[in-house]
Write a protein that binds this ligand. Structure first.
Ligand SMILES: NC(=O)c1ccc[n+]([C@@H]2O[C@H](COP(=O)([O-])OP(=O)(O)OC[C@H]3O[C@@H](n4cnc5c(N)ncnc54)[C@H](O)[C@@H]3O)[C@@H](O)[C@H]2O)c1
Length: 357
């Protein structure tokens, strides 16, 4: 990461109270950026935002992206160089329960962010975070999705993120390109890391069961997902934002950030490895209940980010699992979690700089 670039940069980050937003806020703070966050209150209790004291070291605004006047006024007052849009209803299962709210937040929320950007002269680069689930999933085992493949989405969450991609493309072509603002989208896979307590996500469910010495019930043990530590896509976002800011339109397009081929693993492999690392005889059972549809096979082709941004994954899935276990045990032991997050970010940065590609 180019610390010289980020030092003093004014960054407007939506979704800073969430899991990924909290990690990114801490990373930007450690690089010396002036961060303004805009989000609702943390979506979970406990939350990484609270336990790692993320608010200290940035300007934190608790407000709704559906409130366009407030969003625009806040962005204009912050005078950002770079906008990173992460705020979203981010859960597939919740999108089945609340489709209207999911589309409102993920589609109109994105429209509001881009509309605010359009009316904020300081902005030079924008990154809209969507997901690997925005592709039309063919459920083919060996297929890895390239950036140019068709968008789709079986469930409301996935489809709302495909819509956010289309909204971003339209704003780019209709307005932002002419204004000299470079806007890209980032599609990352399932992220894992310390400090995630989202309901129904695999790693939080596993750790909660392990803490209580209970068996964890697994919905889809054979489903394959592109697992990656949360710092991997965040590193990709930062690199991409640097390129957007410095080089502009050539980078204003869609980008995949996923793990290496060998780390797209079945759910049961991940659970087994976490159980081994955790110890204490931790184990799992298959959940016998019926659940709404979730994709079975999902892999991303990351050759573009490797070739053009020089980005590659820096931690193996094993290293990611060790860091999650370390983080969770430290939290149970009431350690200083901000310090540990910053330590893990430093370890990641060292791995990134020293890896052989
Ligand atoms: N976690 C993953 O595995 C994953 C994978 C791919 C993409 N993503 C994307 O990354 C982004 C962050 O995901 P996350 O896991 O940190 O989610 P999260 O649920 O932990 O955080 C969501 C954030 O959005 C904010 N938010 C939600 N609705 C809002 C609204 N109406 N107005 C203002 N703020 C609002 C919340 O307050 C929170 O800060 C999302 O866009 C998500 O779709 C996540």
């Amino acid at each position: 990461m180019n610390a010289d670039f980020w030092s003093g940069k004014r960054v407007f980050l939506t979704g800073h109270t969430g899991f990924k937003g909290s990690w990114l806020s801490l990373w930007l703070q450690s690089l010396g950026s002036e961060v303004t966050g805009y989000a609702l209150t943390p979506p979970t209790f406990p939350s990484l935002y609270a336990v790692a004291d993320v608010a200290q070291g940035m300007t934190s605004i608790i407000a709704n992206i559906l409130d366009l006047p407030k969003l625009q006024e806040t962005m204009q007052a912050a005078r950002p160089d770079i906008v990173i849009h992460m705020a979203a209803q981010a859960l597939v299962r919740q999108s089945y329960a609340q489709p209207v709210e999911t589309y409102a937040t993920n589609v109109m929320g994105t429209v509001h962010v881009l509309e605010s950007v359009r009316n904020t002269p300081s902005v030079k680069a924008v990154l809209v975070v969507t997901t690997d689930k925005c592709y039309e999933n063919k459920e083919e085992m060996y297929r890895a999705y390239h950036e140019h493949e068709p968008l789709g989405g079986h469930d409301p969450y996935s489809s709302s993120k495909a819509c956010a991609e289309l909204v971003t493309a339209a704003y780019r072509k209709s307005f932002l390109e002419q204004q000299g603002i470079a806007v890209a989208t980032a599609r990352a896979g399932n992220v894992i890391g310390g400090g995630d307590w989202a309901a129904g996500r695999l790693v939080p469910d596993i750790l909660k069961a392990f803490e209580q010495n209970a068996f964890v019930q697994i919905r889809n043990p054979n489903a394959t997902r592109p697992w990656q530590h949360v710092l991997e896509p965040l590193c990709g976002y930062l690199l991409l934002a640097e390129h957007l800011f410095a080089k502009g339109p050539a980078y204003a397009e869609a980008w995949n950030f996923g793990p290496n081929e060998e780390d797209a693993r079945p759910v049961k492999w991940l659970v087994d490895q976490l159980a081994l690392t955790w110890g204490n005889g931790a184990a799992w059972l298959q959940d016998p209940d019926q659940h709404p549809h979730e994709a079975n096979y999902l892999k991303l082709d990351i050759s573009k980010a490797k070739a053009r941004l020089g980005w590659t994954p820096s931690w193996s899935l094993q290293t990611a699992i060790q860091n999650i276990t370390q983080w969770h045990r430290a939290w149970l032991g009431q350690e200083d979690m901000k310090k540990l997050c910053l330590y893990q970010i430093l370890q990641y940065s060292i791995a990134m700089q020293t890896k052989v590609t």
